[in-house]
Design a protein around this ligand. Structure first.
Ligand SMILES: NC(=O)c1ccc[n+]([C@@H]2O[C@H](COP(=O)([O-])OP(=O)(O)OC[C@H]3O[C@@H](n4cnc5c(N)ncnc54)[C@H](O)[C@@H]3O)[C@@H](O)[C@H]2O)c1
Ligand SMILES: [Zn+2]
Ligand SMILES: [Zn+2]
Length: 377
């Protein structure tokens, strides 16, 4: 099968790889019809993780079931399914509590498994013609009959829509809240969309890219351009000097200052500053235990110069981590099915798999107009 393979930093190629196949009776095999490139892929693409070369990337996958293992009960050949990026077993202590992002079975010795992901088990990604889906009865979200027609909406349920929603859950967003979101990439945009859906009274999104901020405004948020600095002051002004009720971090450890160089503690400390006393912060942007590629000595060890004193003094709360996609994907699918949510609004490019290397280059540079790429193998 054709697949997108990671060769090393900033080097990915589409080549022929052995076909994905059923390996265990609980697997299904999916013919991928839509698979996205994600900001998480970029950390790997840039060589800023321990991703092994030779592996197939792609954790945002949707397609048609073409074969089922002997122990699969629920999922049928012909079903259109969207796969959460996390692989859960469904029966461990964490999956039982809907914490499928921290499955204790699928990646032994760690908590959490995913397709085509550094440090999250041996599973191949879906930027390919076919994908093996483990524990398929648990992991497959079987889509309604409009699956084909709304494919670019439903594929967002594999990661960024639930992840954006998770940011607002970690932050405790409730109707009437004011919310500040750092990052207007796909995840930040979906966090803004989720906050709007939840009935936030004011949603502010900070980024340096005008095209992305424009999309944030289209989704009902206020775009705040930090390319010349000043975002913190602007947010304080918009919230009568109090800060927002809730804050979301949707950038991660490679966050940048206004000159485009990395300042790893910037978004976290800006959140402490711009969320009000007793407010809550949800962090879905990825931070990692070790980052040898960082310029900052602390960041190399996965540490941040975090304004803990101010955080403590303000009595703020914080929640972090991978989104437990299964906790949200069914209800968010219902919103798409009922025409009450349209996450494909942020899709900028729909391309064949062959053009994936070019798409990685553009998306990695955050080139103007490259917000979200859906690949169609
Ligand atoms: N927790 C999860 O389950 C989960 C799931 C998916 C993605 N992620 C992570 O979420 C993060 C965002 O993903 P994405 O796909 O939106 O990526 P992206 O890289 O496209 O978007 C990040 C955005 O942040 C902006 N940014 C950089 N520095 C900033 C700063 N100081 N202030 C405000 N904005 C700044 C960039 O300009 C960019 O638009 C990544 O770290 C990704 O790995 C986490
Ligand atoms: Zn993703
Ligand atoms: Zn599990």
């Amino acid at each position: 099968m054709k697949a997108l393979v990671y060769n090393g930093p900033c080097d990915v190629v589409v080549k022929t790889m052995p076909d994905a196949k059923i390996e265990r009776p609980t697997d299904v095999l999916v013919k991928i019809t839509a698979t996205n490139i994600c900001g998480s892929d970029l950390h790997m693409y840039e060589g800023r993780t321990n991703m092994e070369s030779g592996r197939i990337l792609g954790h945002e996958n949707l397609g048609e079931v073409i074969e089922i293992g002997k122990a699969v009960d629920r999922v049928k050949v012909g079903d259109m399914v969207c796969l959460p990026f996390n692989i859960g077993c469904g029966f461990c202590e964490n999956c039982e509590r809907s914490l499928s992002g921290y499955c204790l079975t699928a990646n032994p010795g760690a908590a959490g498994a995913a397709y085509g992901f550094a440090g999250m088990g041996p599973y191949s990604g879906g930027q390919a013609e076919f994908l093996r889906v483990p524990y398929a009865d648990y992991n497959c979200l079987v889509l309604p009959p409009d699956a084909k027609e709304k494919e670019n909406d439903y594929v967002m349920l594999s990661d960024i829509f639930p992840t954006g929603y998770h940011a607002t859950e970690l932050a405790g967003v409730k109707p009437g809240d004011t919310v500040v979101i750092y990052g207007a990439g796909p995840v930040g945009l979906m966090a803004a969309y989720s906050a709007v859906i939840k009935g936030a009274s004011q949603v502010m999104v900070v980024d340096m890219h005008k095209d992305r901020l424009k999309l944030a405004e289209k989704l009902g948020a206020i775009g705040i351009d930090d390319s010349e600095g000043g975002a913190v002051g602007k947010i304080m002004e918009l919230t009568d000097g109090q800060g927002a009720d809730r804050g979301c971090e949707c950038v991660g450890y490679q966050c940048c200052g206004k000159h485009g160089h990395e300042v790893p503690n910037l978004t976290m400390n800006n959140l402490v500053e711009t969320v009000k006393a007793t407010g809550t912060i949800g962090v879905v942007g990825v931070f990692i235990p070790e980052d040898p590629g960082a310029k900052d000595a602390l960041a190399k060890k996965g540490q941040l110069a975090f304004d803990f004193g101010k955080f403590w003094f303000k009595g703020q709360k914080i929640g972090t981590g991978q989104a437990n996609v299964k906790a949200y994907n069914r209800k968010l699918a219902n919103l798409i099915h009922a025409d009450k949510a349209k996450p494909s609004l942020i899709v900028s490019h729909e391309l064949p798999l062959e053009q994936a290397p070019e798409a990685y280059r553009h998306f990695d540079k955050r080139d103007d107009g490259w917000t979200k790429v859906v690949l169609k193998p």
